[in-house]
Write a new protein. Sequence first.
Length: 57
Amino acid sequence: MRCARCGAILNGLPTTDHLRRNLPKTSKRPERMFGGFLCSRCLREVLKNVVRGSVLK
Ligand SMILES: [Zn+2]
């Protein structure tokens, strides 16, 4: 799983199907907005832009 914005590999997600199968659904991705889509750095940037009124440009 990679960041949709910068392509960095995301932390906090199981990288293999083998690991993913052993986890309950709720543990698959971080419980936050854009969790599993953006890295923490891009997430912070995007949320900052959302607050300013320009979304994902
Ligand atoms: Zn990123």
